[in-house]
Design a protein around this ligand. Structure first.
Ligand code: ZN
Length: 348
């Protein structure tokens, strides 16, 4: 099944200026929280190496739908999308087509006539963080600010709010002191009765259960082998038996499957799909486990080839100085990437 997000999307950015990595965000109409992208792979050829900003065209015929964070949660949307890209292209402009395989499986954004802007990679170095910041609807920001001011005024008896500000507020009709119904009816009573805060210091059962699950995730007490996530089991031959094309296809299959279980595999620019496949098949899928219910818990586990990469380790030494790294080689836990000599029996 495909998750179609097009009608919710108001804009976003796609950045593929580093090999094997697509990051950026997708903003949703009416929703403050953007979907963040951290995909492993590259865009279609026309967008490789590019940093693209886009804004959806508001065509009444498309029936754009404002959404809330809660509505997207009902779709069990992963707010930080990991996995692998499909087609990501503007080759058929005025069409922008963005497709990937993440925690929600096959996901598609297909926009006609979006505004497109390319960001010069040179500007990225200077202003990367600012470029990643989504813009919010001014009105919503103003509303939040007002709600915050009302919050601060909770104990102020002289609070004088013009109830015509929101004339269709139902609460205004039966409670003049709280025209927007922002506060529980017994708030004043509970504040008056006790000097202790009106909330309990004991976590409820649901919270305790949640903490227990997070402990299980981090302590690994319920972990299952990563290789057990492949149901039905998948044949993963040793890489030397495969052509580049076959390796790339199987590598993609593995990453798609891992993404469905909230497991990300990020690649540094030194790794090829063949190197990534080797690392997964010979080491990671064999040696690592995960909590079997990460999607429900909402946690994403990430592997990164840079932790297994000699070149990244050398870059790190160069950047931070051999003096410092000499003192912490065990902490860094860098391994050299697997090479032919490290291959042994076929793993599966
Ligand atoms: Zn590397």
């Amino acid at each position: 099944m495909t998750l179609h997000l097009s009608k919710y999307v108001s804009g976003g950015e796609i950045i593929n200026t580093r090999n094997n990595s697509i990051h950026g965000y997708v903003a949703l109409r009416g929703c403050d929280r953007p979907i963040v992208l951290q995909l492993t792979g590259n865009c279609s050829p026309d967008l490789v190496g590019r940093h693209l900003k886009f804004e959806a065209y508001s065509d009444p015929a498309i029936d754009p739908e404002p959404v809330t964070e809660e509505q997207m949660d009902e779709l069990r949307l992963g707010w930080m999308q990991i996995g692998v890209p499909g087609e990501m292209t503007i080759a058929q402009y005025p069409r922008l087509y963005l497709e990937w395989h993440g925690q929600n499986g096959h996901t598609v954004i297909d926009l006609l006539h979006p505004l497109i802007e390319f960001v010069d990679p040179a500007d990225d170095d200077i202003d990367d963080d600012a470029d990643d910041t989504p813009t919010y609807d001014d009105l919503e920001e103003a509303e939040q600010e007002i709600a915050g001011m009302l919050d601060d005024a909770v104990d102020d008896e002289d609070m004088d709010v013009d109830s015509s500000w929101n004339s269709d507020s139902e609460a205004a009709e039966h409670d003049d002191e709280d025209p927007f119904g922002l506060f529980p009816p017994d708030l004043n009573a509970s504040l008056g009765e006790s000097t202790s805060p009106p909330w309990t210091s004991e976590p409820d059962e649901a919270t305790l259960a949640q903490w227990k699950e997070w402990d299980e995730v981090f302590e690994g007490t319920r972990d299952v082998p990563l290789s057990s996530l492949f149901d039905p089991p998948i044949q993963l031959p040793p890489e030397e038996a495969l052509s580049d094309q076959q390796v790339a296809e199987l590598f993609n299959v593995i990453l798609k499957q891992l993404a469905l279980h909230n497991v990300a595999f990020h690649m540094c620019e030194h790794f090829t799909p063949r190197g990534g496949y080797q690392l997964l098949v010979n080491q990671i899928l064999r040696e690592y486990g995960i909590h079997p219910e990460l999607p429900r818990i909402g946690y994403t586990m990430s592997f990164d080839t840079s932790e297994f990469c000699a070149e990244c380790a050398a870059d790190f030494d160069e950047r931070y100085g051999a003096e410092q790294s000499d003192t912490t080689p065990e902490d860094l836990d860098f391994d050299t990437p697997p090479d032919d000599s490290s291959l042994d029996d076929p793993p599966f």
